[in-house]
Design a protein around this ligand. Structure first.
Ligand code: FES
Ligand SMILES: [Fe+2]
Length: 441
């Protein structure tokens, strides 16, 4: 058995130096930092706005509220998608008030100004009462950039940011084999939470917390440090490749009996786990072989384009600044925190799970248990702490958020002390400093 293959090769290639900036508490607690981010960070990045699947017909609209901002994405007559600020050019009223709409034209609820789907003002009350004649045909909704990747629609407020596919590098290429274009969002949950948005970003930028916050994952995900691959890309994004279908090497599972969750995964692919007692690390290879052999017959047509690693491992893609995509062959988790409109000590946490549309499959196993394989089988917004789950594992991550926020407010906290494996946190904050501080100085 060789469980140490391909560990450090990529990290040498994608391991930029860091400066060692102090990660102080004020970035998690103060209005100044929040305002700096609103001015210099959030306009300069692409934001995941929604799903292509929700924009089928001309006039279909999805709305994305982000902090104090609100953006609508509108399907056009020619099948393209345009994004507009959700603000009426007349006197600023918000145009679309629900999460979704399907309309022939966009109508403001205040004085009925009416816009064509391409944002052009088409109808107003008393058109002759304007100096210079009717504003119709001359006034437009304020437009922002809108591009798509895979099943997703993104928007961006800044004209100088790289085009979406370039900005996403290297993920469009790296994730190609999974074939996510037609995956179905089954889970769509979000929650208001009592901590700064970066608390959970930091959490997703390290795996140091796995043994304490998610101890049960160690039975089927190898979080052992020598077996985990970290990469930090020139784009500012990073990834963590963790071996799946293999117990952790932190604990000596490999010479003992196959732990139960791993045994279950083996049985699901027709493998008797008993045969692997004493050499549990070998199960991963056996499952790769079984998935290759049996997968397409079970409807997993996407397996053919995946690498061996993709077939069994977990690929955590952490995009700067606030989007995480966690890939396995049968599930894509989207995890994100967004700032609260006014309070730096609050945020909105979002969790989507998408699944491949395997023919004949009626249900899928999600972080909320078995759910029907259909769009938004569970879609809800809650308040974290009220006992409503945002998904197993994610609940565990969020459980430290409030107490960390409280601790960061202490005069005694002097800045983070990071081990080497948390270098992605260091880099994240240095990039953030460059955006927020660099731009304003
Ligand atoms: S504010 Fe929209 S029509 Fe007046
Ligand atoms: Fe976690």
């Amino acid at each position: 058995m060789n469980i140490h293959t391909k560990v450090s090769r990529y990290s040498q290639e994608f391991d930029p130096p860091v400066r060692g900036d102090t990660i102080t508490a004020d970035r998690y607690t103060t209005k100044e930092w929040m305002d700096g981010e609103m001015k210099n960070l959030w306009p300069k990045v692409w934001h995941l706005g929604g799903l292509l699947a929700e924009l089928e017909e001309p006039g279909d609209i999805i709305r994305h509220n982000f902090a104090k901002e609100s953006v609508i994405m509108v399907k056009q007559e020619d099948d393209s998608i345009k994004a507009f600020y959700n603000s009426c050019p007349h006197r600023g009223n918000r145009l679309v008030l629900g999460e979704m709409a399907s309309v022939p034209r966009i109508v403001c609820g205040y004085h009925n100004w009416t816009f064509d789907l391409d944002g052009t003002l088409a109808k107003v009350q008393d058109p002759d009462d304007f100096e210079g004649g009717t504003p119709c045909g001359k006034v437009h909704l304020s437009e922002l950039r809108c591009e798509t990747w895979g099943p997703f629609v993104f928007w961006c407020m800044d004209d100088d940011v790289a085009p979406l596919h370039e900005w996403l590098e290297p993920f469009p290429e790296r994730l190609k084999g999974y074939g996510i274009e037609n995956w179905v969002r089954v889970l769509n949950v979000s929650a208001d939470a009592d901590f700064n948005w970066k608390i959970i970003r930091d959490n997703f930028n390290e795996s140091y917390h796995l043994p304490t916050i998610h101890p049960e994952l160690a039975t089927f995900i190898n979080d052992g440090l020598p077996d985990t691959l970290f990469e930090m890309y020139p784009s500012g994004h990073n990834s963590m490749w963790m071996k799946g279908h293999q117990a952790t090497t932190r604990v000596d599972y490999h010479t003992s009996e196959v732990p139960a969750p791993l045994g279950e995964a083996a049985r699901a692919w027709g493998i008797d786990p008993e045969e692997y007692n004493g050499r549990t690390g070998d199960l991963r290879e056996a499952i790769i072989e079984a998935k290759r052999r049996l997968g397409p017959g079970r409807g997993y047509t996407n397996y053919d384009n995946m690498s061996d690693q993709q077939l069994v491992d977990y690929f955590h893609c952490t995009l700067f600044p606030n989007l995480t995509l966690t890939m396995s062959p049968e599930q894509l988790q989207v995890l994100r925190t967004e700032p609260h409109p006014t309070d730096p000590e609050k945020c909105v946490f979002q969790h989507w799970c998408l699944y491949p549309p395997v023919e004949g499959m009626k249900e899928v196993f999600t972080p909320l248990g078995m759910l029907p394989l259909q769009h938004d089988a569970v879609a809800r917004h809650s308040v974290y702490g009220d006992g409503v789950s945002v998904g197993y594992v994610a609940d565990q991550d969020l459980s430290i958020g409030t107490s960390q926020q409280q601790g960061l407010n202490s005069r005694g906290f002097k800045g983070c002390i990071l081990p080497g494996q948390e270098k992605r946190i260091q880099r994240f904050h240095e990039l953030l400093n460059d955006y927020v501080k660099g731009a304003s100085e």
